[in-house]
Design a protein around this ligand. Structure first.
Ligand code: AMP
Ligand code: MG
Length: 401
């Protein structure tokens, strides 16, 4: 099979990726979720004409020629309105958020009212009619659409949903991503590796990416390099109704690379398993029942870089979020060699101002070196057969953090 170009691979991976079905969740748990349908207001806000200030509810016509004395006949507080009517020459003490009493049409702020005695105030300036009154429905009216379908429930959206009278919301279901590490050499972090073993690290970064994009993780641990062990993990993932099954390692051409075989045996319809990129040539994608299966390479850097490029768009798409990789242009600070037929994602540091970014590629690009990936904040994208570059030449960079 020829190496598949990255963009073509991504197109196949994203074919049919749409937001998942919806579920109803309490408002307090809806943060970061995506609204599954347009939200309309169940109530009007404010529900009555309300004072925006502390002061006196008055009739503007009474204070047209200041100074003007008014008789205070009651008090309207937030949560407890004054039930009487303000007649000419009268006022009511009023506080922010309180209903404006009948008859009053304006708020005289307390800084502009001189208290003459217990019952009387003096207005020292005229006030425009309607001043400092929030009309009923100023924010929204019952039946108004207040949040659109697909809106990410950020802090402001959550408060608005609450104000509009919703105690629970219909949100897009979170994609469930099952993660299966494979390899006889792997032990979990915190346990002592045997003489020929290493610590399994990939699942942790992958899980973090998934959660960051609105997915849930089912970590199925480490399967040794045995068909039955891998197959049983895959069945577990299906039994849990995973939307995406991610395998780590075992998709290369070595004798112990059994993942592709096992997945095929379990019924996976293979779309591709080799793509024209570095790091990460052995990348597998297919469909198993309704699950998408992504076989990531085992090398830690390849694994995470491929997850950035292929897993993130799947998870964000299923979660109903927008996938918007941050790709910019920067000037390289070191010469770069001509590229071969694989698109290269080169670990690099990008710094500088917005429109004058500089990208410095690391000298060591080994796909097992997590220190280099953790130190990098970007990947320089080198197209297949890109010519050699001199310092100062522009390049495309994918910002990681
Ligand atoms: P494989 O694709 O299984 O041949 O793995 C390629 C390299 O990645 C080998 O050096 C493995 O030991 C390593 N590797 C595979 N899976 C993991 C993992 N989950 N965490 C860390 N390293 C891994
Ligand atoms: Mg392996």
């Amino acid at each position: 099979m020829a190496l598949l170009p990255v963009d073509e691979a991504l197109k196949r991976v994203l074919d049919g990726v749409h937001p998942l079905s919806s579920e109803q969740v309490p408002l307090a748990e809806a943060g970061g979720r995506v609204l599954a349908r347009r939200l309309t207001a169940r109530r009007t806000q404010p529900p009555f004409d309300a004072s925006a200030m502390d002061g006196y509810a008055i009739r503007a016509s009474d204070v047209e020629t200041p100074p003007a004395r008014l008789t205070v006949i009651g008090e309207s507080a937030a949560g407890k309105r004054f039930a009487g009517t303000i007649k000419p020459g009268q006022a009511a003490r009023i506080f922010t958020g309180a209903p404006v009493p009948d008859g009053a049409d304006t708020i005289l702020i307390q800084e502009n009212a001189l208290r003459v005695d217990d019952r009387r105030i003096e207005a020292r300036e005229s006030v425009a009619r309607g001043r400092h009154i929030r009309q009923a429905g100023l924010d929204f009216r019952e039946g108004d659409p207040v949040l659109e379908n697909g809106r990410m429930l950020d802090p402001a959206a959550l408060s608005l949903a609450a104000a509009a009278g919703h105690a629970s919301l219909s949100v897009v279901r979170r994609p469930l991503v099952a993660v299966i590490a494979t390899g006889d050499e792997l032990v979990p972090p915190g346990t002592l590796p045997g003489p020929d073993q290493i610590v399994a690290s990939n699942s942790f970064g992958i899980a973090a990416l998934v959660r960051q994009d609105g997915g849930q993780v089912l970590d199925l641990g480490i399967a040794p390099d045995r068909r039955d062990a891998i197959a049983s993990r895959v069945r577990e993932a299906l039994a849990a109704s995973a939307d995406v099954i991610v395998t780590l390692g075992g998709v290369s051409v070595g004798t112990h690379d059994l993942v592709r075989d096992v997945l095929a045996q379990e019924g996976t319809e293979l779309a591709f398993w080799k793509i024209a990129m570095r790091p990460g040539k052995p990348l597998m994608f297919g469909r198993l029942n309704s699950a998408r299966v992504l076989g990531l390479p085992g090398n830690p850097v390849s694994s995470l870089v491929c997850a950035h490029l292929f897993l993130r768009p799947i998870v964000t798409g299923l979660a109903g979020r927008a996938y918007a990789p941050d790709i910019r242009t920067a000037a390289i600070t070191r010469p770069m060699k001509a590229n071969d037929e694989r698109r290269d994602y080169v670990r690099a540091i990008v710094d500088g101002e917005h429109d004058e970014l500089r990208a410095t590629p690391f000298e060591r690009q080994d796909s097992s070196m997590l220190t280099a990936l953790a130190a990098a904040n970007a990947l320089i994208i080198r197209e297949p057969h890109a010519p050699a570059l001199e310092p100062g030449a522009p390049c495309k960079v994918l910002i990681l953090r």
